[in-house]
Design a binder for this molecule. Structure first.
Ligand SMILES: Cc1ncc(C[n+]2csc(CCOP(=O)(O)OP(=O)(O)O)c2C)c(N)n1
Length: 583
């Protein structure tokens, strides 16, 4: 029986000797490597946080003492120690719990988290509420060095310095974000590490926080000693803990970026390599554009890999690629400045992370008509089986309704490239291009985009018109075929290309010989494209069927279930059409 087998709750490690804790740390590493290799997940962040998590649970008393993990992608060990270890040790239970903290899973988790840089702010609220209620207990925010580059983390540190009561920030410094850290702060963090916390240039002290340095974040004796010393502190303190990302797995230590998140064993690398992928297509094209025009500049907020910008491509792009750190708001405002001063900025980010920057999109880009291009990547697709925190179902609805921002949804790779080329040359407005989820599609029709911002009727028919937006153009094509086969209806097929506006001329022309218009979109319906079409036809006899996601939280719901629930298949859509047409 292993030591890990004996642990059902944090109290079970409290009686262990340091030697036993060290053995347990090794067991946990072995389990992490086996489990994450099988299922995929955040390998390197967790391997680097084994001893620190053990020491936290050894010294503090969770859940009375509260831990808030930033991003919470490094919370696997915390899960193992808080009654959820079967999700790591038992293959049949591997998918039982999510990869992030979630209060529905455990009383030891306080927030559902997946976006970065929020832990200090969230934890400061917990601490303030504790104080207002006259309660006791420690509050610990766990913040990574990458996440520190996000403005919210800095805002949180600034405010929490004034709490005047117990507040601990465990700053987990492994000198890496997903990719290497960028920005003027990081050489100073290195100075702090190199001087064992003694350098006079101390960001945390400048913020008004007490500061303790722990040189070896894998030394349980040191960690436990310092944690005991700061437990029940009466003021805010930062524990600067130096760790090694990927600790204990040589491949991960050597290639921290690739091992930040890895795919599981079922992922077929060979098949993947044989296929086309939008990130590769975009990165290759953008690099060529950069070479031809020195004012083209790519920007990302800590996620270059999402857009195919590997270390090699970043080096190739040189000064024309900027990783701003995990600072989405800054990225969008900087893009506004770049556009204003004649450069051609291209923002490359995931739709879910762009949610953070609604204000900059609205004010700095759209209101000021600054012509930046935003390429929004849906992680795993718009409607997807992702964690709720990482859903990209909402980016289109968010962007669609910002005046003076055009949202384009290419259906094919040719169209995507044509839209990007057009957007780079126009100077009237910011443009978002929503990368289609799923397999790369290529149709001749997609070549027609010349920046006219009109819908494209790709097949003229009658009775039913199908408007298949972006990734769902293909679903439209298949629905058209199913309609023909099952009801003998020759439907009209439209590639709308644009979701922020309706093309009134095209919609007007459909009135003549169509009684039903079907819209298909890979995102939430509320605020989406279909609603705009429905509003256009509201005062007319034309009926509108909108297919897309209902406004609700979906957390790792299998795609099969979502297809059935939202009728995302040709068969189910034909059933709906039949019912409406009384066929
Ligand atoms: C708002 C937001 N932007 C980007 C991401 C993607 N992301 C997840 S973890 C991470 C890096 C975090 O680095 P760090 O805090 O140093 O933690 P480490 O993984 O190195 O332990 C990034 C960029 C995200 N989750 N949320």
């Amino acid at each position: 029986m292993s030591l890990l087998d004996t642990i059902k709750a944090p109290k079970d490690i409290k009686g262990m000797s340091i030697e036993e804790l060290k053995t347990l740390a090794q067991e946990i590493r072995d389990v992490l490597i086996t489990r994450v290799t099988a299922t995929g997940g955040h390998m390197a962040p967790n391997l680097g946080f084994v001893e620190a998590t053990l020491a936290l649970h050894y010294v503090f008393d969770s859940p009375k003492d509260k831990f808030v993990f930033d991003v919470s992608h490094q919370s696997y060990i915390h899960k193992m120690l808080t009654g959820r270890k079967e999700a790591f040790t038992d293959p049949a239970s591997y998918t039982k719990y999510s990869g992030y903290t979630n209060p529905n899973e455990s009383e030891h988790d306080f927030f559902t988290i997946g976006h970065t840089s929020t832990a200090v702010s969230l934890a400061s609220g917990l601490a303030k509420a504790r104080d207002l209620k006259g309660e006791t207990g420690n509050v610990v925010a766990i913040l990574g060095d990458g996440s520190l580059s996000g403005g919210e983390a800095m805002e949180g540190l600034n405010v929490s310095a004034t709490l005047g009561s117990n507040f601990i920030v465990l700053f987990n410094d492994n000198d890496m974000s997903i990719a290497p850290n960028e920005g003027g702060l990081y050489p100073h963090l290195k100075e702090l590490r190199d001087s064992k916390g003694k350098a006079s240039n101390n960001f945390f002290k400048a913020m008004g926080l007490d500061y303790v340095f722990i040189e070896d974040g894998h030394n349980l004796d040191d960690l436990i000693e310092v944690f005991k010393a700061v437990k029940d502190t009466n003021h805010p303190v930062v524990l600067h803990v130096v760790t090694v990302k990927g600790k204990g797995l040589p491949a991960a230590e050597a290639d921290k970026e690739s091992y930040h998140y890895i795919m599981g064993k079922d992922f077929d690398v060979d098949a993947y390599m044989k296929e086309d992928h939008y990130d590769e297509i975009i990165a290759t094209h953008l690099l060529a554009k950069m070479k031809a025009d020195k004012t083209v500049v790519g920007l990302t907020a800590g996620v270059p890999g999402i857009a195919g910008f590997s270390a090699e491509r970043r080096a190739e792009a040189g000064k024309q690629f900027i990783d701003v750190g995990i600072a989405e708001e800054h990225m969008v405002a900087m893009a506004a400045g770049l556009a204003k001063n004649g450069a051609k900025p291209v923002i490359l980010d995931a739709g879910t992370f762009l949610q953070r920057t609604y204000d900059q999109l609205t004010q700095d880009l759209a209101l000021n008509s600054n012509p930046a291009t935003i390429i929004s990547f849906p992680l795993g697709g718009g409607i997807s089986s992702m964690d709720a925190t990482h859903s990209s179902a909402f980016d289109m609805a968010m962007m669609n309704n910002i005046p003076n921002l055009r949202v384009l949804s290419p259906a094919t790779k040719e169209e995507l490239i044509a839209m990007l080329d057009w957007s780079l040359e126009q100077t009237d407005m910011p443009v978002m291009i929503r990368v289609p989820g799923g397999k790369v599609q290529t149709y001749e029709a997609g070549k027609a985009f010349i920046g006219t911002l009109t819908n494209e009727v790709t097949a003229q028919g009658n009775t039913v018109a199908i408007l298949g937006l972006g990734a769902f153009y293909d679903l439209g094509l298949r629905t058209k075929e199913a309609l023909q086969a099952q009801l003998g209806i020759e439907a009209t097929l439209v590639n709308p290309r644009l979701s922020s506006e309706v093309d009134e001329a095209t919609l007007e022309s459909l009135k003549a010989n169509h009684s039903l218009v079907v819209t298909l979109e890979d995102g939430v319906l509320d605020g989406g494209f279909g609603e705009k079409v429905a509003r256009f036809y509201g005062p007319t006899d034309v009926k509108v069927l909108t297919i897309g996601m209902k406004k609700e939280v979906n957390d790792r719901v299998p795609m099969k279930e979502l297809v059935a629930r939202y009728h995302l298949s040709p068969e189910l859509i034909v059933e709906d059409i039949k019912a409406i047409l009384n066929k």
